[in-house]
Design a protein around this ligand. Structure first.
Ligand SMILES: C[S@@+](CC[C@H](N)C(=O)[O-])C[C@H]1O[C@@H](n2cnc3c(N)ncnc32)[C@H](O)[C@@H]1O
Length: 316
């Protein structure tokens, strides 16, 4: 357990309204639950991006290896890498000159990913990097003659509201050079009922995933959250295009956190914000690229136009 986690929980639960950062969902149990979420009928995002990679892997390889430049695939928040594996397999088959450097805050996810890839793709040039995106990006050293291709998939960018997304992408732009590329997977605005279902599945897996954050705080910080006293509450606002998840305190209660040497009071029905999942219209994405110092090279859609993988490079 690191001090940053303790500091962030202290800050989030001392704020009004209370919040917990979604980056802390991913402990061992959270990783497992997220894999289950990706297999849910209601969670269409993974299937859409998988289809894009299956159908357009050749076009992607042509862009990544343009001018016969060797490239380093650097993936932000790789998770189990299920979709990326479609690309890795194909690129190896085609004899492409590339390496794969997945970055993830979850040590467990990276260990499982490395184990799987070493077995299933033994020829892959692989280097895993554990930590926060930008803290470890500088360790992903590329030779100057190699192209960096940053993958930011699964609509992870939607976990930031637009102004924070612009800041994040501008910071990324500052660490890239003219020949580098960014492939960013983004969930698009669609029927609000479809979006709402993706965060409130019928089997209650997303509920378990959200509540697991409290189990993690109980375990890692010695807290006494009673999970029966909290509920999962997701909501999608079609005006702002943002789905939000909350944990709702079902009763007036006080929770102690031993490692923080602190107690936190919750009113009945008080919300704790845990996640943003922002959805974009396709015309907004060119603006997002522009505001962050990028230009659009190409957009790759699934057959239902539910999701897009945007290929961007630095604006000259
Ligand atoms: C929603 S999952 C998506 C996984 C994968 N990109 C996909 O599309 O299936 C988010 C992943 O990003 C990682 N993650 C979240 N916030 C992070 C951060 N600030 N730095 C590094 N990794 C992060 C999580 O551990 C998790 O594996």
């Amino acid at each position: 357990m690191d001090d940053q986690f303790a500091r962030d929980i202290m800050h989030g639960l001392s704020s009004t309204p209370k919040y917990l950062s979604s980056k802390y969902f991913y402990d061992k149990q959270g990783d497992l639950l997220f894999q289950k979420i990706m297999n849910l009928e209601e969670y269409y995002l993974t299937r859409c991006e998988y289809e894009i990679f299956q159908n357009q892997k050749d076009q992607l390889l042509q862009q990544f290896s343009k001018d016969t430049c060797p490239f380093d695939l650097i993936e932000f928040g790789a998770g189990d890498g299920k979709k990326t594996k479609v690309l890795l397999e194909y690129f190896l088959q085609q004899g492409a000159d590339f390496s794969y450097k997945p970055i993830d805050i979850s040590r467990n996810a990276l260990e499982l990913l490395a184990k799987d890839l070493r077995k299933s793709l033994p020829g892959l040039d692989l280097e895993t990097l554990q930590g926060e995106y930008f803290d470890v990006l500088s360790h992903a050293k590329s030779e100057p003659n190699r192209r960096k291709v940053v993958l930011f998939l699964g609509s992870n960018i939607g976990n930031f509201l637009k102004p924070v997304a612009v800041k994040f992408l501008s910071q990324l732009a500052n660490s890239l050079s003219q020949k580098d590329l960014l492939l960013i997977g983004v969930d698009l605005v669609k029927d609000p009922k479809t979006i709402a279902r993706a965060y409130n599945d019928s089997q209650g897996i997303t509920r378990e995933f959200n509540l697991n954050l409290l189990t993690r705080i109980n375990r890692d910080l010695g807290a006494d959250f009673d999970l029966d006293n909290f509920d999962h509450f997701p909501i999608y606002n079609p005006i702002t295009g943002t789905a939000r998840s909350f944990l709702i305190s079902r009763a007036k209660q006080t929770v102690s956190i031993e490692r923080l040497n602190a107690s936190f009071h919750f009113e009945a029905w008080e919300p704790v914000h845990t996640e943003y999942s922002h959805k974009y219209r396709i015309d907004e994405l060119a603006g997002l690229a522009d505001e962050s110092g990028f230009k659009v090279v190409n957009n790759y859609f699934d057959s239902k136009m539910n999701f897009v993988d945007c290929l961007w490079q630095l604006d000259d």
